[in-house]
Design a protein around this ligand. Structure first.
Ligand SMILES: *[C@@H]1O[C@H](CO)[C@@H](O)[C@H](O)[C@H]1NC(C)=O
Length: 290
């Protein structure tokens, strides 16, 4: 069958599946959305059982994985996520070499986070459609939008196309802060990248945590650390144990909702931001606040 007719068939199927669901109303919609995103993310790691979070003052690792946790990060969405983490130059002033492999890895990741039937991104897409914030009929047509939001490179202060929302948010960058000649770490709001870089010996964690909210999942921390020898001032906030499809869905929802988002999840009030580049198409950064 021709590719476009396959796509169409897929659209029709999705539409008939989503028809008949209840209509949304009022402020609680966004709370429900967050809860549904969380409930549908199959790969979140359970604190204590799969991931151990140390929040004391001793110089110990912040995060370690148990045997079950190690198995969980071998699942599809984590594998596709991990493949992206080495696609970037850490220095924000260096160009990344474009390659077919990198493009394929980006597409494979987007496919992985949308393909799950009733997965987090599907839930966000249905919400946006019902709210009239997107006009596509099916999630396959939403893929180019996600790719543009997260992976299209933008130019910071006219210095060339060297950053993307994905890189800044999930991987981190090294650069100078405005009006300073000290190189620092910027972005870097992901626990899995934190764990990966520490394991590779490129990240030093400086306890204690600046702040934390770990009693109810999702756990959130704000940590001080150095990455590739450069400090992250004033520390970085990130979720702990969350699946990449959960974070991508939550931040994507916030992109359409506004810059400052908050919702109730598992009974706790969660605040997070998705900041747009001035072109309003790309994501500059996204992170939870704690
Ligand atoms: C978001 O919140 C910050 C304060 O944390 C405020 O300075 C900013 O103006 C807010 N942005 C929007 C778009 O409301």
């Amino acid at each position: 069958m021709h590719r476009s007719s396959l796509l169409l068939l897929n659209c029709v199927l999705v539409m008939s599946l989503t028809q008949g669901s209840t209509s949304f109303n009022s402020r609680t919609d966004f709370d429900n959305l967050c809860q549904n995103i969380w409930n549908s993310a199959g790969s979140n790691l359970k604190i204590g059982q799969e991931i151990v979070l140390y929040s004391g003052r001793k110089a110990k690792p912040l995060i370690t994985l148990t045997k079950q946790g190690k198995a969980k990060v071998q699942t599809d969405v984590f594998v596709k996520f991990q493949a992206l983490l080495d696609n970037y130059e850490a220095d924000e002033n260096l160009h990344e070499k474009p390659s077919v492999t990198k493009q394929r890895e980006e597409d494979a990741f987007i496919d992985a986070i949308i393909k799950t039937n009733r997965g987090p991104m599907q839930i966000v897409f249905d919400y946006l459609r019902k709210k009239g914030k997107v006009s596509m009929k099916c999630i396959d047509q939403f893929k180019p939008v996600l790719k543009e939001m997260w992976f299209e490179k933008y130019s910071k202060r006219g210095r060339g196309l060297k950053s993307s929302g994905f890189e800044h948010t999930f991987v981190g960058e090294l650069g100078y802060s405005r009006g300073s000649n000290t190189k620092i770490t910027k972005g870097f709001h992901n626990w899995f990248q934190f764990l990966t870089e520490r394991t590779l010996g490129r990240l030093t964690y400086h306890p204690p945590l600046i702040s934390k909210d770990v009693s109810v999942e999702p756990a959130l921390v704000r940590a001080r650390f150095q990455w590739r020898g450069k400090r992250k001032p004033p520390g970085s906030s990130f979720f702990v144990g969350t699946s990449p499809d959960f974070e991508m869905a939550l931040y994507t929802a916030c992109f359409f909702e506004g810059t400052n988002c908050s919702c109730k999840l598992n009974g706790k009030q969660l605040s997070f931001k998705t900041i747009k580049f001035y072109n309003k198409r790309n994501i500059l950064t996204a992170y939870p606040t704690v």
